[in-house]
Design a protein around this ligand. Structure first.
Ligand SMILES: Nc1ncnc2c1ncn2[C@@H]1O[C@H](COP(=O)(O)OP(=O)(O)OP(=O)(O)O)[C@@H](O)[C@H]1O
Length: 255
């Protein structure tokens, strides 16, 4: 199982400090990063993926500085789902998911039977195999998101960094994704940025960000978590246990 560890991580964008002394250990299991708009969630994820060089501090993947790994090595070990992935709408679903095998076979390599099997399994996991011959521009937002997730799964990377993976998904597919993440997290490290706190409460732990700093890291049953979420969002949130799960209830102030 892989582990990503940051130490005293600082990131500046546009001359402004966006991440401040972030120290965290991600993995094993599923970590959900939560926090208000502009808290630095996407920036943290992109820095973990080696896409933004830190101004100070370090990101280590299993002890190795992420920025010393070659792009190919990073591509094999870390899969990254952006909020908007720049993939041509002319590609078919199957062609798109096959792109996930690129770090393994290279641009000029050909897919082996194993590669094709991995692609089929990835499409089955996100239920997009039925559209394998359709082009991306013919799909709805949620259908397209499921294809992009399949592409990430096809990498077989040990670390999955997912920026708002449930965007556009209907409630049953959001829940199915949470189930999939729980399953994947038994063997891989899954880190996802989520705005839906009830969905995030299915993760093994939540990392709460506020103004670029870690407000708290806690398990869903952690008594301190509610206070940390309220402080981070500056908004009343109640965590309630329903059966085997916890949900987040957002209080609406009276008119
Ligand atoms: N390229 C950039 N140049 C300058 N500032 C940036 C850049 N990208 C992001 N920022 C700023 O960095 C801060 C963190 O942005 P980031 O996208 O990481 O937030 P976030 O927590 O993911 O927000 P959201 O929930 O809205 O997606 C924000 O204040 C944003 O305006």
């Amino acid at each position: 199982m892989s582990e990503i560890r940051t130490r005293a991580l600082r990131v500046a964008l546009g001359g402004r400090l966006v991440l401040r002394d972030v120290a965290c250990t991600l993995g094993p299991g599923w970590t959900a990063i939560v926090g208000p708009n502009g808290a630095g969630k996407s920036t943290l994820l992109r820095t973990l993926a080696g896409l933004i060089p830190p101004a100070a501090g370090s990101v280590r993947l299993d002890g190795n500085d992420i920025n010393t790994l070659s792009p190919t090595e990073r591509g094999r070990r870390i899969a990254w789902l952006a909020q908007q992935t720049p993939v041509s709408g002319e590609l078919t679903v199957r062609e798109t998911v096959r792109l996930g095998r690129l770090p393994h076979i290279g641009i000029f390599g050909s897919h082996s039977a194993h590669d094709e099997q991995v692609v089929d399994e990835a499409m089955a996991a996100t239920e997009c195999g039925a559209w394998r011959h359709r082009r991306l521009h013919e799909l709805s937002g949620g259908e397209r998101q499921r294809v992009m997730l399949a592409r990430v799964l096809a990498t077989e990377a040990q670390v999955l960094l997912l920026d708002e993976p449930t965007t556009h998904l209907d409630p049953p597919h959001q829940v199915a994704l949470a189930r999939l993440f729980r399953q994947l997290a038994k063997q891989r490290t899954v880190v996802s940025v989520l705005h839906d706190l009830s969905l995030a409460l299915h993760a093994d732990r939540l990392l709460v960000l506020r103004s670029g700093a870690v407000q708290a890291v806690g398990e869903p049953g952690d008594g301190q978590l509610q206070a940390a979420l309220e402080a981070s969002f500056d908004h009343a949130v109640r965590i309630e246990t329903r059966g085997r799960h916890a949900i987040a209830v957002h209080e609406l102030e009276e008119d």
